[in-house]
Design a protein around this ligand. Structure first.
Ligand SMILES: O=C(O)CCC(=O)C(=O)O
Length: 268
């Protein structure tokens, strides 16, 4: 039974999706542009740019997010452990976030990587802090989906091993790896959430290569989030970050509905 699911979801459905995107949402790839970044996204699933913005701007943005969270509790999405506080549509709360949100440079990397026209559906700002049992930003190990997914995460705090660094299983978007993982562990191929026990076992057995991305404030992570990833559970301290969510331009409406409390109007 599983083999049919694998064939259907990982091949038939996937290639139909790719074909539809090629026909309806094609973007010509400029092979000479950002080659190092694209190469790393293809090979490892991520790329890091240090000092994407300066420390002063990080502090200004952080202050704005903190203030917004305190003053607008109704617009904040909070996880069940009360550790991850999110603003969906944070580009509307501050011009400096808007600048990041509408960056042509970042969007063009995603477009060159995917060969699709993309749109940044929103910028999500979040603050994660220690609480008992917290699972970190994104609530544990997961893929955002089986199809291409692209995000940029900008750290606004210095991020160390304790305050919730982004973690990724290198190249876990590879379809052969997905099939192997699904068969070896008797997992439904379309499953996107995984237990920490299973992932740690795979890392220990060297079946998975873990990358923990610590970095100073201003560090930018470009990532294909169809790879398995998480924000590491917070042991101490606080992490602020802003994340752009890129989707194929023709599917914007479909995905928009997935984000509760999405801010849609200018309030700056
Ligand atoms: O912020 C992070 O470190 C990861 C967040 C994440 O995985 C998600 O929101 O899906």
């Amino acid at each position: 039974m599983k083999i049919f699911k694998i064939i259907y979801y990982l091949f038939i459905k996937y290639y139909l999706y790719v074909l539809r995107q090629k026909i309806l949402n094609f973007k010509k790839i400029d092979k000479k542009k950002n080659t190092r970044i694209i190469k790393n996204l293809n090979k490892h699933g991520y790329y890091i740019i240090e000092n994407y913005i300066n420390h002063k701007n990080c502090e200004l943005i952080k202050k704005k997010i903190k203030k917004y969270i305190n003053n607008n509790p109704k617009n904040i999405i909070i996880d069940k452990h009360k550790s991850d506080f999110r603003i969906h549509g944070a580009e509307f709360i501050y011009s400096k976030i808007k600048k990041y949100s509408y960056s042509n440079f970042l969007k063009s990397i995603g477009e060159n990587y995917s060969g699709n026209r993309l749109v940044n559906l929103m910028t999500m700002a979040n603050m994660t802090k220690f609480t008992d049992g917290n699972k970190g930003s994104g609530s544990g190990w997961h893929r955002d989906g089986l199809n291409f997914q692209f995000k940029s995460i900008l750290y606004l705090s210095d991020v160390n091993l304790s305050n919730g660094p982004f973690e990724i299983i290198e190249n876990s978007k590879d379809r052969r790896e997905i099939i192997k993982f699904s068969i070896d562990n008797n997992i439904n191929p379309i499953e996107t959430r995984f237990s920490n026990y299973l992932i740690q076992k795979k890392i220990k057995n060297k079946k998975f290569k873990l990358k923990t991305l610590i970095g100073r404030k201003g560090t930018l992570i470009l990532v294909d989030t169809s790879c398995i990833h998480r924000g590491r559970p917070v042991k101490s301290g606080i992490r602020y970050a802003i994340t752009n969510y890129y989707y194929p331009k023709n599917l914007k409406k479909k995905y928009e509905t997935q984000f509760p409390k999405l801010l849609k109007k200018k309030i700056i």
